[in-house]
Write a protein that binds this ligand. Structure first.
Ligand code: CAA
Length: 248
């Protein structure tokens, strides 16, 4: 069988890089889609993934732009024949309390974190349903479940991703396509390291496991949900947060 083709948005970021590596280890052809203008990060990504020798490739795309996603999917379909797996891991923060939040801090975040999910799914779902196979994983956040001080924008987008997940899961369930979300807790990424140290320490103190998560622990969950034999899990949200938030 030819390799399944997986696109990971935010693919050169903290969680994205770990997800790319894990999917490549599992035999996927991986495309890390991300902004092309972060030269330093891109160089670090190429260094980190050089041993994967062609099974992880970088493709520039701004997920907030519908045409970028459309062109990317067209190009990949021509080159590889299909896009079978989409992991929406592109995300930004614009943390500040609502009373200080500018309209741009709200809309910029929505364009990337939520429009990006629509833009990628809208351009890939028809191919997946036609071929009767697809795996979509949306990387949400524990803060979409609990809310977080200074994150009305981020918490709204992350909770919104899960509503999207459940609705699309129903639409494509009979066509071999699953749609799930993963809600990471605080992990060792640049995004989390930007939170002031004192606040981060307070958050970690509330994590029963007593530490930040490893990006590889999120990647492992994504690999599980995107496996060929994961076809009975759909519309689910898997929390991976060290016990920070528990529900049933
Ligand atoms: N709970 C209650 N009160 C809080 C608070 C909290 N968590 N954080 C700050 N405050 C209080 C402050 O003590 C201060 O009180 P006073 O006015 O009495 O001095 C007041 O709220 C500050 O309010 P401001 O309106 O001035 O807040 P701000 O605009 O400066 O924003 C903040 C503060 C930058 C948002 C800061 O609270 C912060 O960094 N919080 C953490 C946000 C966070 O966890 N982000 C996660 C990023 S990583 C990520 O998102 C990945 C993932 O999915 C997990």
């Amino acid at each position: 069988m030819t390799k399944r083709v997986a696109v990971v948005t935010g693919g050169i970021g903290g969680l994205g890089t770990a997800i790319c590596k894990r999917l490549a280890q599992d035999g996927r052809q991986v495309i890390a889609a991300d902004l092309g203008n972060r030269q330093e990060r891109l160089a670090a990504f190429r260094e980190e993934t050089k041993e994967y020798d062609g099974s992880i490739v970088f493709a520039p795309a701004d997920v907030s732009k519908f045409e970028d996603c459309e062109n990317l999917v067209k190009h990949l379909t021509e080159k590889y024949g299909s896009v079978d797996i989409v992991v929406n891991a592109a995300g930004i923060t614009r943390d500040t309390s609502l009373k200080k939040m500018s309209q741009a801090q709200w809309t910029d975040l929505m364009h990337v974190n939520l429009d990006g999910v629509f833009n990628m799914c809208r351009n890939t779902v028809d191919g997946m349903t036609t071929r009767n196979f697809g795996r979509i994983v949306n990387i949400s956040s524990v803060n979409g479940q609990t809310g977080q001080f200074g994150q009305t924008n981020y918490s709204a987008a992350k909770a919104g991703m899960h509503g999207f997940t459940m609705a699309l899961a129903r639409e494509v369930a009979k066509k071999g396509v699953t749609v799930n979300s993963v809600s990471p807790g605080y992990c060792k990424t640049e995004m989390v390291m930007k939170v002031p140290e004192e606040i981060r320490a307070q958050i970690v103190a509330q994590v029963p496991v007593g530490r930040l998560g490893e990006p590889s622990e999120i990647a492992r969950t994504v690999a599980f949900l995107t496996a060929d034999d994961a076809g009975f899990i759909t519309g689910a949200n898997i929390p991976v947060n060290g016990g920070y938030f528990m529900s049933f």
